[in-house]
Design a protein around this ligand. Sequence first.
Ligand code: CUA
Length: 157
Amino acid sequence: MHMHKYEKIWLVFGIGVLFAFLVIVGVSAFAEGQQPPSCLTTIDPEKVDQTPPFDKPGLVKTGDNEYQLNIVVHAFAFTPNQIEIPKGAKVTINVTTKDVIHGFQVPGTNINMMVEPGYINTLTHTFNKPGEYTILCNEYCGAGHHMMTGRIKVVEK
Ligand code: CUA
């Protein structure tokens, strides 16, 4: 079968792009642990303050250097917004919102969730590097969006 030179170039280019795409998706999913939102647990967004564990937001010890961090997100703050975590702690973060869609991102880590009303989003992260981390809202949520920040301090035990 005779193929024009340009056809061959395009064929190689097309297969190359497809391959590169699969490598990018594969690396981000399996090596970097990126995954679609859990979104399996629902909650009544009007009763967040009365629904455990969000009736008492904060860090809860669940095991040997294992914690659960429950955060209520609302316009325009995170509750709590100052969190201290021991170095090496494995933390399961649960977030939900009382009003509109917000974001929950911690730059410098893999933590990046969309927080949707009616849902509890969960992610587990081990904080191995001591230091101060900023929590950001990365979904535009209104006039105070740019002020929505919090702080995680990872401290030596
Ligand atoms: Cu909350 Cu932007």
